[in-house]
Design a protein around this ligand. Sequence first.
Ligand code: 1HE
Length: 266
Amino acid sequence: MPKRSGKPKLPKSLQVARRGAVVILTLARPEKRNALNDATVLGLEAFFETLPTGVKAVVLNAQGNHFSAGLDLSELKVLSTEEGIAHSRVWHRIFDKIEFGRVPVVTVMQGAVVGGGLELAAATHIRVAERSAYYALPEGSRGIFVGGGGSVRLPRLIGVSRIMDLMLTGRTYSAEEGQALGLSHYLVEPGEGLAKAIEIARRIATNSPTTNFAIMQALPRIAEQDRASGYVMESMMAAIAQGNEEAKTRIKAFLEKKAAKVTRDS
Ligand code: 1HE
């Protein structure tokens, strides 16, 4: 397979910084509260399609006080029904490329994580919330509906009933509520999200690529299968992972007392 160049032409609203095996991708449109316009969403696709081969995890964060105000409403106002369907399908295609992409993505969330911003965060694998984060789906009050896969992903995270409440009433969840419900995996103080996300991404980058592949590609699909099919897929994935040389080396290192034990997080 040809080596990836890792140098896509990205819009101004996306910035990239490499830190060894981790790449930090930053939403950089704070003057519009990182509202997701077409250029940004297509830029996400270009970025994830051309990740250099040595990259093993991505951190997604955003400039300013808000992670993302969601869909750029100034672009939506001119779309016909047919164009609206096509627009939503583009988001589906691109967010799927993130969720079922090559490497795990750790997102840092602060301030507003709303509408399409929440849909984007939900397409990533680990979410770190700063205490300023809050979550909303204001589509109801704008007369629209989620279009970035939110009705598929978000109920799987926190249940249809809670998403109905968010959308019908326009209520928000605080960072603490989001943490308790599972919208975030980690809750940190303001300004600490990026460091935490990089620490997590570096840890993920040390896993065997086969295990990370199984976790990203097999685990969510098994969750959507019936039990019997899930067991078959799990046993095949387990056999593939443990059959490879990297697993043998890692297990041997543990048995020879050369690998770290499992200890409590401090
Ligand atoms: C925007 C957007 C946007 C801000 N599209 N331009 N999303 C929403 O309904 C959320 C709308 N945004 C807000 O409620 C607020 O902007 C925030 C709570 C996120 C931030 O408030 P604040 O006071 O810090 O900023 P602001 O003054 O409201 O906005 C700053 C600028 O960003 C301003 O533009 P300016 O030219 O007057 O400076 C805003 O117009 C602009 N801005 N949010 C366009 N969303 C695939 S379907 C997904 C469907 C959805 O995502 S629906 C949810 C849409």
